[in-house]
Design a protein around this ligand. Sequence first.
Ligand code: CA2
Length: 148
Amino acid sequence: MTGTIYVLNGPNLNLLGKRQPEIYGSETLADVEAATKSQAESHGLDVRFLQSNAEYQLIDWIHEAREKAVAIVINPAAYTHTSVAILDALNTFEGPVIEVHISNVHKREEFRHHSFVSLRADGVIAGCGTQGYLLAIDRVARLTAAAN
Ligand code: CA2
C-alpha cells in the first residue's frame, strides 16, 4: 500500500440505507465502506473510513490525517453548510481533499447550495449516489500518482 486515504462522514450518515432511501439510496454505510476499501485497494491505497455525529470528532480526525493520510475524502453532511471550523481544519491539511455528497445538493433547498468545505476542496462530487465515494477514490489515486 502506498498511502492511506481518510474517508470522513458527518452527522446522520450512520442512518444510510435505513431512512430516506428515495434521497440517499438503500446501501448502508457499511456497504459504502466495503466498496470504498475495495476501490482503494485496486489502486494500491488503503482507507480509514470514519463517521461521527460530532463536529469536534471530525476536526480531530482531520488533524490526525495531517500526519497519517495522503488525502481526505469527506462527506461533511449538514456541517458542509455551517462549519467554518471544519473548513479551518481542512485548510491545515496539505494533500488533496475531495468533497462528496450523495444527493445533488444543488437540486435541493437553497441552504444546501452553499458549502464552506468547497472553499478548500480540490474536487466536489454531488448527485452520483454512493458511487461518488468511488469516483473520489479514483480522483485521489490520479492526484497522488501525479504527485509521486
Ligand atoms: O447528499 C449528501 O451526501 C449530504 O451531505 C447529506 C446530508 C445533507 O445534510 C447534505 O445537505 C447533503 C445529510 C446526511 C443525512 O444522512 C441520512 C442518511 C439516511 C437517512 C437519513 C439521513
